[in-house]
Structures are given as structure tokens and as C-alpha cells.
Design a protein around this ligand. Structure first.
Ligand code: ADP
Ligand code: MG
Length: 285
């Protein structure tokens, strides 16, 4: 009842009994630590064949097939460059990017891993890529008709009070870990800003639960905090699964703890409530 007043829903007594024993808190990045609404910040053309407006329009048209937050950012930018076509033969490549056709052209958008898979050489743009990633930006490449056309950089904002919550958890002696499908450099840059101890980057959606298991195999009691966009299996694998309220229905179903207010500081409150409750139980016994 006390927890509910704080906007923390505890499903059954198990989470309440376990939360205070947690030794590592694993946070999903996108949508959990960050707002999950990235915006396009930089467009770097890499060929003289396609103009900026054409590149963003074609990229945005294909991204119409995707529901990824990065797709939303590219669509928003593309709409300013003209009318978007409906994509044909759209396909999402999990954790890597998307492919499809727009205005009769074949368009592929994705990360470095995807470019390597496609055999697209990006060597000439390595320093540009690293510069943008060092600024905590997520960078995707746009390939049109097998020609590397541009780099598009996007930045997401951290939720307020994230740093405060992490500092409080560290004072309680918890190890703080972040997990993301984003690249290592961008993830490290964000991790440094908020004092994350350990970063798992470039993790494919289907491997997120395995990383929880890895921490458990190291002897840790793991709380996983996520919004459920591809992290529900990880929430289920964790000793305590904590779903943030702005998340998906599936997260809210899977999580043993639900933070209604979408405030990361409530992770601290939930753990403190657990400790106090257990102490009271012992006292009463
Ligand atoms: P996260 O949830 O951490 O963003 P994902 O596995 O969803 O991780 O995505 C990992 C990476 O795959 C992204 O950082 C991006 O580089 C690439 N990617 C995924 N979806 C898209 C998309 N719709 N357009 C371009 N790139 C994408
Ligand atoms: Mg997420």
C-alpha cells in the first residue's frame, strides 16, 4: 500500500522480498534512461550523386516501414524535405537496420555491422563516425542503389534525475550496468555522462536476456529496468524485473515491479521500501 502511494506497483510479495538483495542494477538505455525520442542532429553526405534533400526523403520513406525510435527521427526530418513515398519490399534487419525501395531506388539504412554485412566500405568516414559517436550520438549509414550516400547522426536526451538515481544506487553499493543495441562508442559516451560502471553495447535484442544470465553467473542478484521494447525476456530472466510505466504493455505484464510515474528515482525507492519492509518483518518475528 505504501509503495502504491509512490506510484510503485509490486506484483506479489516476491519482488518486495528480493529487491533489497539486488547487487547489480541493469538499465536498458533507449526509452529507459533516455526519453527514447532521438532527433537528427547531423547529415554528412558521402557522395556527390545524391543531394541532402533526396537522401533524407528516400531514407525517411523507407523508415515508414519501421517503428524504431530512430525511424521516427528520420521520418520527421524527411518530411521537411518533401512528400514521403510508401516503401516497397520493406524489411527490418533486427539490431542492424532496415531495407526497402522508395521512388524506384533501393535504400538500406543501418549501423556499421550492417554495412560490413552488405560489403559497403566506410573506411573513409571512420574519423567522422568516431567524432559523432564521441558526442554520444547514434549514427546510421544510408546506402542508395549500392552507393554510400550519407551518415545520419541522431541524439536522444537523458531523462531528468537519471544521474541522481544512479548516484543514490551507487551509495547503496549497487553495481550499475547499462545494456543497449547501440554501438560501443556512443554507449560509452552516455555511460560516462551518468556514471555507469559497466556498459554492454551492440547487444542484439534476442541476446539481452543472455547478458542478465551472464551477470547472474558472476554471482550477482540482478534487477533489470526496461521499457519492454525488445527487453521483456531480460525482465523475465532478472531476479527482479522492473518495468517503467511509459513502456509497452508487455513490459508491464512481465515486470514484477512497475514504475507508474516513469521516474528512474523510483528504482531507489522500491529497493529502499523492500529493505525496510523485510527489516520490519524480522523485527515482528
Ligand atoms: P536499441 O533498442 O538499444 O536502440 P536496437 O537493437 O533496436 O537497439 O538497435 C540497434 C541498432 O540497430 C541501432 O542503434 C541502429 O544502429 C540500428 N537500427 C535498428 N533499427 C533501425 C532503423 N529503423 N533504422 C536505422 N537503423 C536501425
Ligand atoms: Mg528500450
Amino acid at each position: 500500500g505504501r509503495a502504491t502511494k509512490f506510484g510503485i506497483i509490486l506484483k506479489g510479495g516476491e519482488a518486495l522480498e528480493k529487491a533489497y538483495r539486488v547487487t547489480a542494477v541493469l538499465f536498458d538505455k533507449t526509452g529507459t534512461l533516455t526519453v527514447g525520442k532521438p532527433m537528427v542532429t547531423d547529415i554528412v553526405l558521402t557522395s556527390t550523386i545524391f543531394r541532402e534533400d533526396e537522401v533524407v526523403r528516400l531514407a525517411a520513406s523507407v523508415e515508414k516501414g519501421s517503428e524504431h525510435p530512430l525511424a521516427r527521427a528520420i521520418i520527421e526530418r524527411g518530411q521537411r524535405a518533401g512528400t514521403l513515398a510508401e516503401p516497397k519490399n520493406f524489411q527490418a534487419v533486427s539490431g542492424k537496420g532496415v531495407t526497402g525501395e522508395a521512388e524506384g531506388k533501393e535504400v538500406k539504412i543501418g549501423n556499421l555491422t550492417y554495412m560490413k554485412e552488405l560489403g559497403v566500405n566506410t573506411d573513409a568516414h571512420q574519423s567522422e563516425l568516431e567524432r559523432l559517436q564521441g558526442e554520444a550520438k547514434t549514427v546510421v549509414f544510408v546506402v542508395i542503389n549500392n552507393q554510400l550516400a550519407a551518415l545520419i547522426a541522431m541524439a536522444d536526451t537523458l531523462k531528468p534525475d537519471v544521474k541522481e538515481a544512479i548516484d543514490a544506487l551507487k551509495k547503496m553499493g549497487k553495481e550499475i550496468v547499462m545494456i543497449t543495441g547501440d554501438n560501443q562508442k556512443t554507449a560509452d559516451a552516455i555511460g560516462r555522462q551518468i556514471g555507469i560502471d559497466r556498459v554492454f553495447a551492440e547487444v542484439l535484442p534476442q541476446d539481452k536476456a543472455k547478458m542478465v544470465k551472464k551477470l547472474q553467473d558472476e554471482g550477482k542478484q540482478v534487477a533489470m529496468v526496461g521499457d519492454g521494447i525488445n527487453d521483456s525476456p531480460a525482465l523475465a530472466q532478472a531476479n527482479v524485473g522492473i518495468a517503467v510505466g511509459s513502456g509497452t504493455d508487455v513490459a508491464v505484464q512481465t515486470g514484477q515491479v512497475v514504475l507508474v510515474k516513469d521516474d528512474i528515482r523510483d528504482v531507489v525507492t522500491a529497493i529502499q521500501l523492500s529493505g525496510k519492509t523485510i527489516r520490519k518483518v524480522w523485527q515482528n518475528l
